[in-house]
Design a protein around this ligand. Structure first.
Ligand SMILES: NC(=O)c1ccc[n+]([C@@H]2O[C@H](COP(=O)([O-])OP(=O)(O)OC[C@H]3O[C@@H](n4cnc5c(N)ncnc54)[C@H](OP(=O)(O)O)[C@@H]3O)[C@@H](O)[C@H]2O)c1
Length: 311
């Protein structure tokens, strides 16, 4: 079993003993793919697996090793990163028959970066702990562009010592790392973050549609919003996407709907009413019903256009 001491790890992927930290990577979707590439670029040997192997071909061309299963990845790495669609996928990949927990003779520190419910994350961390693994929840705040630029924010829940052990790997992916508390707290912070993102973007989309129906040009609305009192970094990025109506997905609308539902479920358990989030959740559900689930979440503007009978 590989046991790490934080003092043995250097920031460039080398330990003080001259051994390179091998990073395992599970999940090469929109977010995982650029993160994995940055880990490789930072000098860490990388062993990767994805359900759809084609998505890993160019990483292998760049020097990554391909594995046939998540357990094979776990057997060969020191730090293991997973970033998958939802809790069902995380359970399957970490705890399933060929999952990480089935690995023999090695127990990497697991950095679980998917956005899933806090209670699910805690349950998975506990199941892994029973099999000799330490898991941190470390969901990400940021876009695919920020992932490509190694500029995401990473929200960590779990053991502080384990965080120090994996910090050099996280630093290869993100520019800000926050330790939020015990297991599950990273996921709780991520839900707070995404409720705010969904609310800001839907607020912009609703007002944008109203302005256009009143006869204002889209680019003029955007110009004023981006330079006036409503300016914010999200609109700098996604407001332009809405004005251009290019909904090539970087964060799918169905993913945002997943996060809103997770937030409502968490709030229910805490006896916290979230009336605005309930409406946002229904609007995103309407978007999925209209076939927008696999488009970017900025396509929420289409829902407002539909309500306003704008073709
Ligand atoms: N995109 C963003 O801007 C963004 C930002 C912050 C956080 N996130 C979060 O990051 C996570 C990944 O998002 P994404 O945008 O990268 O999603 P994505 O492009 O849809 O990728 C999903 C990944 O999960 C894998 N997967 C799904 N179901 C699986 C299963 N049953 N077994 C094994 N693998 C499975 C997919 O494998 P295949 O390739 O085989 O389908 C793929 O690697 C989500 O939790 C999301 O909420 C995304």
């Amino acid at each position: 079993m590989t046991l790490f001491s934080p003092s043995l790890i250097g920031g460039d992927g080398w330990s003080a003993l001259g051994k390179k930290i091998t990073v395992g990577f599970l999940g090469l979707g929109n977010m995982g793919r650029p993160l994995a590439e940055n880990v490789l670029k930072a000098g860490f040997p990388l062993i990767a697996w994805n359900r759809t192997p084609e998505k890993g071909k160019d990483l292998v061309d760049q020097g990554a090793t391909w594995a046939q299963s998540p357990s094979e990845v776990a057997e060969a790495c020191d730090v293991l990163v997973s970033i998958l669609a939802d809790a069902a996928a995380v359970r399957e990949v970490l705890l399933g028959d060929e999952g990480v927990a089935a690995a023999k003779g090695n127990a990497p520190v697991i950095v679980e970066m998917s956005t899933i419910a806090p209670h699910e994350s805690v349950a998975i961390a506990e199941a892994l702990q029973g099999r000799g693994f330490v898991m941190l929840d470390a969901p990400i705040s940021g876009s695919t562009k920020m992932a490509a630029d190694a500029a995401v924010t990473i929200l960590v829940g779990g053991d502080a010592g384990a965080l120090e052990t994996v910090r050099p790997v996280l630093e290869a992916m993100g520019k800000a790392i926050y330790h939020m508390g015990e297991n599950g707290m990273g996921c709780s912070m991520k839900l707070v973050n995404n409720v705010i993102l969904a609310a800001v973007l839907a607020g912009f989309a609703e007002a944008f549609v109203m302005g256009q129906k009143a006869g204002l040009a889209g680019d003029r609305i955007l110009d004023v919003v981006l330079h006036g009192s409503a300016a914010c970094p999200l609109l700098e990025f996604k407001g332009k996407v809405i004005a251009a109506h290019d909904f090539t997905p970087t964060f799918r609308l169905r993913m945002m709907r997943k996060d809103l539902t997770l937030a409502l479920n968490a709030a229910g358990g805490l006896n916290v009413p979230m009336p605005l989030t309930s409406v946002l959740n229904e609007l995103h559900q309407a978007g999925i019903a209209q076939g927008l689930g696999d488009q970017d979440f900025s396509s929420i503007v289409r829902v407002f256009e539909g309500l306003a009978a704008i073709p």
